[in-house]
Design a protein around this ligand. Sequence first.
Ligand code: RB5
Length: 141
Amino acid sequence: MRIAIAADHGGFELKEAIKKRLSAPFTDLGTNNAESVDYPDFGAALARRVASGEFERGILICGSGIGISIAANKIKGIRAALCHNKYTAEMARRHNDANVIAMGGRVVDENTAVEMVDIFLKTPFEGGRHARRVEKISALE
Ligand code: RB5
């Protein structure tokens, strides 16, 4: 699976930890240090490359996860789910067919984040009645 990861300065440390602890090959779209940057730049850049099909899944991290998920969801075809724990990461895939997971580097601890990404990458979409609902979301675009 082709996976991209990106963060602002608020998510930089957690991004580096996730990359070290998960064996999946990630393409890192930055930021590359803890200097202050603007999260919409990183959220939109990753989202565009997921929407184009270059990457199948994306992982986004800012301080709270809120700003970067809002930015990503402005891109057509992106379903970015702001997740806080294993349950929300699993539901993001099972019910929402999320193609991007967003989280807060100042919100979730490293172990939780690693578990969430692992779940997000391996959990299938259930389809069925959930497909109808996801189609309705797409129709809103
Ligand atoms: C940066 O300080 C912070 O505002 C950003 O990382 C994020 O939390 C925004 O939603």
